[in-house]
Design a protein around this ligand. Structure first.
Ligand code: AMP
Ligand code: MG
Length: 421
């Protein structure tokens, strides 16, 4: 039986980042750039007004004060999105709105507040001003955003390997890039095994249970950026299993649940041994000990990794977090494969009798600047609600026999930022 760390290292060493593909930016959230992004132009593209006001020549406003305003002729108006043919000359001004390009000849923008516009408008409400008094001298260049101030033409904006978050998608749009090259999302085939399973759109005969694993796995695959391919349910029958698994051969990763223990009907690992190549079986962890990993090969010789997860619903989800999630992220070109981990004071007792690494389902809360973790009891591997209520997995190391209330433990956060603090 190998350790969690060794199992993860072996799994990760045997999978690679997938090919790049070019696709619309609307579909790329969370994906990794496979190209460097350079700006094809300056942003902003032209000098533009940073405030609503009057575009004037600095030389026209020397010595202006509220008592002795410099009166200029208003020769036009300019809103954002338009350009002005008229040139600002000495003694003239163009009324300008934030974002509008600075007209030729102007070298400063005077804010409305620094003019007598409000006064003139109360005297002549509704009429267009033909003259404006500037009441304040400001330094040359004031209230002008310079072309290229945000981004210079030709500059490297985002490097290959960067994860596209919402702001990154926005930056691509600001450069007019409708499509971008990113590493492909893996297609993850999901197959549930077990004679006892019934799919959720069927009536439930006595003695059977609904297949929940395929659905929690599907949600986890989507959550971490993969594309689920639902293969359905295979009974515990060697030939049926073999045929079902063949349907998964066009995927990038095959995940099965169940059939990897020592029981008479646990045939998933037998199929893996006879049809593919098994790399290891059983990991020193709880839940999730009976975990198999190996490869199938399609007709062309392409190797498809297979994670044979245990059957119990909690074991499935925990082993997915620990092993399948990093595989998906690596395939997508991500470098940071670890979940955020915090230190928390545990509020319950957890015993560790046989030297495995325990992942206990906990609710983490923050009180007085300190994290606390309490078990979402009870902890059986079949109790899926214990997982549904948890926002973290407390990690009890292999060599610790028991943790008691007040001990500090590492907690791998499942929903970082979303849990109540
Ligand atoms: P196994 O490892 O195949 O013996 O599965 C262990 C137990 O997990 C089974 O007895 C079921 O109670 C449960 N189980 C297996 N597969 C599923 C599934 N797809 N959905 C819900 N529970 C399952
Ligand atoms: Mg089974």
């Amino acid at each position: 039986m190998i350790s969690v760390d060794e199992a993860l290292a072996r799994i990760l060493n045997s999978v690679n980042v997938l090919e790049a593909e070019t696709k619309p930016i609307t579909q790329c959230l969370g994906q990794v750039l496979a190209e460097d992004i350079y700006s094809p132009f300056d942003i902003p593209p032209l000098d533009s007004a940073a405030m609503d006001g009057y575009a004037v020549q600095f030389s026209s406003i020397g010595g202006a004060t509220p008592k002795q305003p410099k009166v200029l002729k208003v020769i036009g108006e300019l809103a954002a999105g338009y350009i002005q043919d008229r040139e600002v000359e000495p003694g003239t001004a163009i009324r300008i709105m934030t974002g509008a390009p600075i007209p030729k000849g102007a070298d400063v923008v005077i804010r409305f507040e620094d003019s007598d516009e409000a006064e003139r408008k109360t005297i002549m409400p509704g009429s267009r001003l033909t003259e404006i008094g500037i009441c304040q001298e400001v330094p040359k260049g004031s209230n002008i955003r310079r072309a290229g101030e945000d981004i210079k033409k030709g500059a490297l904006i985002m490097s290959k390997e960067m994860v596209l978050r919402p702001a990154g998608i926005g930056v691509l749009a600001s450069l007019g890039k409708a499509t971008v090259s990113v590493y492909r999302r893996p297609v993850v085939a999901i197959l549930a095994t077990g004679n006892e399973l019934v799919d959720i759109d069927q009536p439930l005969p006595l003695g059977k249970i609904y297949n929940s694993n395929s659905y929690s796995l599907m949600a986890q695959v989507i959550h971490y950026g993969g594309i689920p391919k639902m293969i359905g349910i295979a009974p515990d029958d060697f030939d049926f299993l073999r045929k079902s698994l063949r349907q998964a051969f066009d995927s990038d990763l095959v995940i099965t649940s169940g059939g990897v223990s020592r029981g008479d009907y646990d045939m998933v690992k037998d199929v893996l041994v006879s049809e593919g190549k098994i790399t290891f079986w059983t990991v020193r962890m709880k839940p999730g000990k009976p975990l198999a990993f190996g490869f199938f090969e399609d007709e062309s010789g392409r190797r498809i990794p297979h994670l044979g997860l245990p059957g119990y619903p909690v074991s499935v989800m925990v082993t997915f977090e620990i092993f399948a999630r990093p595989v998906i992220l690596k395939m997508m070109g991500k470098k940071n494969l670890a979940k955020p981990t915090i230190k928390a004071v545990i509020e319950d007792t957890v015993k560790n009798s046989d030297g495995r690494r325990i992942f206990a389902r906990v609710v983490v809360t923050k009180r007085d600047g300190q994290y606390f973790a309490s078990l979402t009891s009870p902890q059986g591997s079949g109790i899926l609600t214990s997982m549904a209520l948890a926002n973290g997995l407390a990690i009890i190391p292999e060599d610790v026999e028991a943790i008691k209330p007040g001990d500090v433990v590492d907690v791998m956060m499942l929903d970082w930022g979303d849990f109540p603090v």
